[in-house]
Every structure is written in structure tokens, then in C-alpha cells.
Design a protein around this ligand. Structure first.
Ligand code: CAA
Length: 260
């Protein structure tokens, strides 16, 4: 499907979703955010898609942030609506029953870093750069960056990155636990799609419930999160995937999951 600033292709259970405004380093204007929201809605409902890989068009940027030229003229109410629009996409990615993997192929700055952080995990190209330059523009992150980064790497690292506005490279992001894997730029999509294929081969209901347990559990006290996990674990014993997965193991053959 082709929208103005977004396109996606599908192959064997994996959708590759590209933000495509490369002349502006894929900066997120309101139209691109609206397209992203509708694309995620469509992919959520598409049973042929089980994993989404999100990346940026071109070889320079994943997303270089919210569109500064569009943001420059916003009044406070419009800025609040813009932040809500960005944060809604974060919530949409978290609420999807399908994993979303960010393949960061260059700059992931501001809203672009936030978008990557909203994904289930991040692979990055050597040479990719991450940062929150908002304070250099006289503002602060508004699509969840202050909260997501602090929860992921701790408040002090988040403070340093956000207060200084300085970028870090992919290797440092990996050391901090922001990026799971760094690969040469030419191999990024291939490596990310391979991991997506591995996930697609597994029981889809188990993957979806594991995503829910991790995502929601992080916001709960541990005892409550463990009870939540136990309930989802129990629920999986009502699925065909559980029966097939265990039958296949015992029968020494590969499982063929129906994802139900
Ligand atoms: N918004 C709008 N346009 C942008 C953009 C952005 N975030 N980032 C890049 N562009 C545009 C540039 O204006 C330029 O367009 P023109 O050719 O029409 O002038 C084009 O993309 C190419 O960019 P550069 O010429 O600047 O490329 P460069 O290689 O010299 O520099 C860069 C690359 C360091 C990423 C630089 O473009 C840059 O600093 N971009 C802005 C990054 C930024 O501050 N992002 C945070 C935005 S605020 C935010 O995201 C708030 C939030 O949390 C919601």
C-alpha cells in the first residue's frame, strides 16, 4: 500500500513499513503521523501479518524527529494536540498484539528516537545516531521520550541525553540496552527480517500474550505482574497452538502453528 509519506510491503507474515519522506530525513509531520496511525490500524487487522518491521526510507535517517518547520508555528493547544497524536501512536504500538521491530538505519532523533523506543526492540545500522535534540530547540521531548527512556535506561542517563541534546552512536546505544543488535548498514534489513521470520514461525498467541505480559507488567507492582503472567500462561492452555506445540515436541517434528 502507498500513502503519501509511508509505504509497506508484506511477505510471509512480515510487513515492512517504511516512513518515506527522505528529502526531509523522514521528519514526522501531522500528515505522516496520521498515515502511520491508519497503517498500524490496517496492519493490526490483517491476519496475514504477524510481525511488523518499521524503518525509514533512504540511507540517512530512520526519522530525524518531529517536523520542526511544521511545529515552529504551533500555539500551546495545537502543540498539546500534536503531542497527543504522537503519544497515541506509541500506545497503538504497545497495544498491538504483533511485535513491532525498529530497524534504525540512520538518525533517530527526537520523535524518531521516541518512535523507535515505542517498538518492541531495536536493531541498528553501524553509524546510526540516537538523540533528543529538543532542548537545543528550546523545547523538550513530547512523544513519550522523558518517560520511555528513563524507564529503559534509568533516569540519570535519560537526564544527560535530554539535557545535553547530544547524540550517541549505535554502539553506545547498544551498551546502554537501547539497541539489541548493531549490524553493518547493508545488512540491517536482512538481519531484522530474519529475526521477524523466527518470530513468525512461533505460536502467535503465545508471542502476543508474552508481549502483553511484558508491556503491561512493567507498569505493575511485581506481585501483580506475576499474577497477570500466570493468568495469561494458563489461558494459553486453551489454544490449539499449545496443543500443537507440545504434540510436535513429543512427536519429534516441527510444529505447525495456526496462531489460535
Ligand atoms: N524537521 C523538519 N525538517 C527536517 C528535520 C526535522 N526534524 N530534520 C531534517 N530536516 C530537513 C532539513 O531541514 C533539510 O531540508 P531542506 O533540504 O529543505 O533544507 C533536510 O531535512 C536535510 O537535512 P539537513 O540538510 O539538515 O541534513 P544534515 O545531514 O546536514 O543534518 C541532521 C542532519 C543532524 C539530522 C539535521 O537535519 C538535524 O539536526 N535535524 C533536526 C533534528 C531534530 O532536532 N529533531 C528533533 C525535532 S523536535 C521533536 O522531535 C519533538 C518531539 O519529541 C515530538
Amino acid at each position: 500500500m502507498h500513502l503519501k509519506n509511508l509505504n509497506w510491503t508484506k511477505k510471509e507474515g512480515v510487513a515492512l513499513l517504511l516512513i518515506d519522506r527522505s528529502q526531509q530525513l523522514n521528519a514526522l509531520n501531522r500528515n505522516t503521523l496520521a498515515e502511520l496511525e491508519s497503517a498500524l490500524c490496517a496492519l493490526a487487522q490483517d491476519d496475514a501479518v504477524r510481525v511488523i518491521v518499521l524503518s525509514g526510507a533512504g540511507d540517512k535517517a530512520f526519522v530525524a524527529g518531529a517536523d520542526i518547520k511544521e511545529m515552529a508555528g504551533l500555539d500551546p493547544l495545537a502543540a498539546a494536540a500534536f503531542a497527543r497524536q504522537g503519544q497515541k501512536i506509541l500506545a497503538q504500538i504497545a497495544g498491538l498484539s504483533k511485535p513491532v521491530i525498529a530497524a534504525v538505519n540512520g538518525y533517530a532523533l527526537g520523535g524518531g528516537f521516541e518512535l523507535a523506543l515505542a517498538c518492541d526492540f531495536i536493531y541498528a545500522a553501524e553509524g546510526a545516531k540516537f538523540g533528543f535534540p529538543e532542548t537545543t530547540l528550546g523545547i523538550m521531548p513530547g512523544f513519550g521520550g522523558t518517560q520511555k527512556l528513563s524507564r529503559l535506561v534509568g533516569a540519570n542517563i535519560a537526564r544527560e541525553l535530554i539535557f545535553t541534546g547530544k547524540m550517541i552512536d549505535a554502539e553506545r546505544a547498544a551498551t546502554l540496552g537501547i539497541v539489541n543488535r548493531v549490524v553493518p548498514a547493508v545488512d540491517l534489513l536482512e538481519a531484522t527480517l530474519q529475526t521477524a521470520d523466527t518470530i513468525v514461525a512461533n505460536g502467535g498467541v503465545g508471542v502476543a500474550m508474552a508481549k502483553e505480559a511484558i508491556g503491561k507488567g512493567l507498569d505493575m507492582p511485581l506481585a501483580e505482574a506475576l499474577a497477570f503472567e500466570g493468568n495469561l500462561f494458563a489461558l494459553l492452555f486453551s489454544t490449539e497452538d499449545q496443543k500443537e506445540g507440545m504434540r510436535a515436541f513429543i512427536g519429534k517434528r516441527p510444529a505447525v502453528f495456526l496462531h489460535k
